[in-house]
Ligand binder design. Sequence first.
Ligand code: FAD
Length: 554
Amino acid sequence: MTMETAVSTFVESLSVTNEIANTISSTYVANDELATLLSNDTLPAAKKRSLPVLTPLACWTLQLLLGSNVTEPSSDTGVVDANCRVVSTPLGGSILTHINRSQACQLPARCVVSPASIEEVSLVMKVISFLQTPFAVRSGGHSPNPEFSSIGSSGILISTSNLNAITVSPDNSVASIGPGQRWGAVYEALDPYGVSVVGGRIPQVGVAGLILGGGLSHFSSEYGLAADNVKNFEERKPNVLAYVNQNLKVVLASGEIVNANAETNSDLFYSLKGGGPNFGIVTRFDLYTIPVKNIWFQATGYAISELPNVLAAFTEWQKNGAQTDAKSSVLLNILNTGISIGLVYAAPATYPEAFAPFAAIPNGVVAVPPTNSTVSVLTSILASSFSTTPARHLYRSATSLIDEKLYNETSAYFIDTLNALQTQRNVHVNMTYTLQTIPPSLVEAGEARGGNPIGIPSQAHQWWTTVTDWNSASDDSTVIGAVKDIGDSFTRFGTPRKTNLSFVYMNDCYADQNPLAQYPAKNIAFLKETAGKYDPRRVFQILQQDGFLLTRVR
Ligand SMILES: Cc1cc2nc3c(=O)[nH]c(=O)nc-3n(C[C@H](O)[C@H](O)[C@H](O)COP(=O)(O)OP(=O)(O)OC[C@H]3O[C@@H](n4cnc5c(N)ncnc54)[C@H](O)[C@@H]3O)c2cc1C
């Protein structure tokens, strides 16, 4: 196929006016780098940032096609608020690269593209595929992993922030949510309908990243993960138009919008329920609502000297209340200066029996009194539980069986490590030590809803994580190394106690971890097969800058 034919086929696929088509065609056929690119028939087998020299051409094309929904960050002086929402967009509709929560992820993309419709997402993918442009996709930008939902000047950042519709079906059973939404806004919108969804616990976190990694909620013990409660994913698969095969014939892809649910594209549906960013850009999530409106919650603070009592009560609840009453969930955050315990019950209550062990901990300071209110109110209270001061962030995953002694040993190690960083090495860093409880009912609820590929251990266990914030890039390796060491302490202290689990939870994993490698081998084979079927050119494996990609798993 000649370059002219390839360009003409590509331009035709865009369905644009003659004037725009002629402008693109004449610019493309005069481009030597594009000629070189088109003379090669496949994407590079090895992952490399292929011909970023064409990235400016891709941005130029998208500016022509999407107008003000494309912006070049270097000239952007907009402002975001503490909730990562754009409050000032002087270039008109522009979305800033510094909307990513972690400063380590605020990278200078060559351009930021914010499609306002699925048709625009389609155009973006057509251009990216044709010009082989490195890209990243961002929903809420809460991944602290650099280059997952951010990209430097070699590539394009696709922001889904304009795809933010929330609609509820006439019978209130399904909420359709755009990937540009955040969980706080979702619960606020659902409150008047008297229903909720299984989603994130902190309001600023984005909808898409959380669901694609699984999605642990206050209500997961009863209903499973957020991904287990998806009825339908709508996504735009990568367009493979103008891919020239070895026989120099054009292999056309449909380019249509794909729905993935239990009946249609069920392989893709299953794969998206925790399979990460490997299959396409999801443009809408249809979530089953849950009949949860009024819930009970309270929060209490404790001095760090109460840590043994807190861990004893927490372990007792994990072994008893969490097993027998799936409506109960606990948010436990340990700092080196104090402890906070949030008790959440998925129905109105006075003081749920499941939480009895916590009532016995002495010297608590009430932070939030016992309250019956809505999910939205709880979520807005939790907004202040994490710092919104601009900083560098990370989290990390480590899991284990339930074991009070292990918690005592690892939390003591955490406190010693953090104290040493702050006082001996003068690092401006804050860390939480957070234990999240996974009862068998969570896995059973997921299986009852069709299952997912994650392979969560079926026995009662915990997912440890940390939210770590620090100021200076010069401390990156010190902090990242210290957090890794604390995470690894679960294995060190756990080995003699036989509490180790190899599973790590994707949504809590730092970039150097490999959650997919712990999925059952047969599920990984299935995910790879699905990715090959829906993305035969491997656009999401090769051109996507980074992420928990299947290419990380042998
Ligand atoms: C303060 C805090 C609280 C958290 N609370 C929870 C919690 O309660 N439960 C839980 O499970 N996790 C929680 N997390 C982890 C969170 O789920 C992950 O960080 C998740 O990736 C964030 O989603 P996002 O949309 O904001 O991420 P982003 O950074 O925007 O994206 C994350 C990944 O998803 C991909 N992606 C984004 N949009 C799309 C799309 N439309 N189609 C395809 N791929 C896409 C990106 O390319 C990237 O690889 C929390 C994290 C933080 C920092």
